[in-house]
Ligand binder design. Structure first.
Ligand SMILES: NC(=O)C1=CN([C@@H]2O[C@H](COP(=O)(O)OP(=O)(O)OC[C@H]3O[C@@H](n4cnc5c(N)ncnc54)[C@H](O)[C@@H]3O)[C@@H](O)[C@H]2O)C=CC1
Ligand SMILES: O=C(CO)COP(=O)(O)O
Length: 341
């Protein structure tokens, strides 16, 4: 089965996924917002700003023309930063309205929208007709682009309210180095992918300050506890957080130098200023915006997420990192099995 897929976002993850899909025998149009990068992908078959060592399959075609990307597409894969999803969806809507065939929508983006606190599926639901938005598939799990580029073994989760759609996405992506599992818990899969980015900033901070393995293991374990607490309040299945899109993604993001969120935290721990870190990164650090959205969401829902709250204060209130760590360590003693606030 060969199909056409429009991949939206010619950054690290979009470029590697476009390459993987072409390797799997599909036709791919990779849509971006930089003419220089599109030209480089089409002529030199590289995207050096994002992936300096990577040779892209020459059959990946890049374009700045959204109309061309959406024409005849069987599926459209969002791999844009969270902040760009709504405006790109608005641009897509009139184009899709003229097409005889509606593509399946897939999101590989991990974040919560600032201001609305919405998940990507909720933004899509706002922006597209119900029939199209209802068939969205969420694509998430432990997967650094740099590792997939070298065909390192990778397993992810695809979640949809429609199992058949998740299975179809599973079939177009799977190959001998890329394995997908289906799940029907979209809320849990989306929240795991978004909220782990905040905790990964914390893991980077601990590393930058020189803390060791015990501290990082504690952060990850108590991190997944608070992600699950918020998730359950929002209707997620708690077992989803034990899966690839939960603990799996938290582990990879909290332990890898490939993680932009971890690198951001590491630089903060070493004393750099957030504005400088973000400027130098040159790629999206989703945990920063998601920390703000999660902070407001937790206040609204009255869910206790002490680690994410500390990270929020470091990012947005210039709180002293050492004081925040002391506060976390000196909270009243708790029973580990308590799940309530
Ligand atoms: N890089 C990775 O290994 C992984 C990233 N993700 C997620 O995928 C999403 C994208 O991440 P990356 O590819 O790493 O980001 P990136 O920063 O490498 O690339 C994002 C791309 O989107 C483009 N862009 C931004 N606004 C745009 C707009 N309005 N219209 C068109 N293009 C626009 C940027 O120019 C850039 O080329 C994020 O939500 C991230 O959390 C998920 C799994 C792995
Ligand atoms: O989601 C990711 C890995 O699964 C990518 O994380 P970073 O955005 O921190 O690089």
């Amino acid at each position: 089965m060969s199909i056409k897929i429009g991949v939206l976002g010619a950054g690290s993850w979009g470029t590697v996924l476009a390459d993987l899909l072409v390797n799997n025998g599909h036709q791919v149009e990779l849509w971006g917002n930089s003419q220089a990068i599109a030209d480089e992908i089409n002529t030199a078959h590289t995207n050096r700003h994002y992936l300096p060592e990577f040779e892209i399959n020459p059959r990946v075609h890049a374009s700045l023309d959204l109309n061309e990307t959406l024409q005849d597409a069987d599926a459209v894969l969002f791999v844009l930063p969270t902040a760009a999803i709504r405006s790109v969806a608005e641009r897509m809507r009139p184009i899709l309205a003229t097409l005889p065939k509606q593509p399946l929508l897939i999101s590989a983006t991990k974040g919560l929208e600032i201001g609305t606190h919405k998940r990507i599926s909720q933004i899509i639901a706002d922006e597209f007709p119900e029939a199209l938005a209802k068939r969205l598939v969420i694509f998430s799990g432990p997967s650094h682009a740099e590792n997939v580029a070298t065909h390192d073994l990778t397993s992810l989760t695809v979640a949809s309210a429609n199992l058949k759609d998740a299975e179809w996405v599973q079939s177009i992506f799977m190959n001998d180095y890329f394995r997908l599992y289906t799940n029907d818990d979209m809320v849990g899969v989306e929240l795991g992918g978004a909220l782990k980015n905040v905790i990964a900033i914390g893991a980077g901070i601990l590393h930058g300050l020189g803390y060791g393995d015990n501290a990082k293991a504690a952060l990850m374990t108590r991190g997944i506890a608070e992600i699950s607490r918020l998730g359950v309040k929002m209707g997620a299945n708690p077992l989803t957080f034990m899966g690839l899109s939960g603990i799996g993604d938290l582990i990879v993001t909290c332990t890898s130098v490939n993680s932009r969120n971890w690198r951001c935290g590491n630089a903060l721990g070493q004393g750099q200023k957030l504005d400088d870190v973000l400027k130098n990164m040159g790629m999206v650090v989703e945990g920063v915006g998601t920390a703000e959205a999660a902070h407001e969401l937790c206040q609204k829902l009255q869910v206790d997420t002490p680690i994410s709250e500390s990270i929020y204060r470091v990012l947005y209130e210039d709180a002293d990192i050492h004081a925040e760590i002391s506060k976390l360590m000196q909270r009243d003693g708790r029973n580990e099995m308590e799940f309530v606030n």
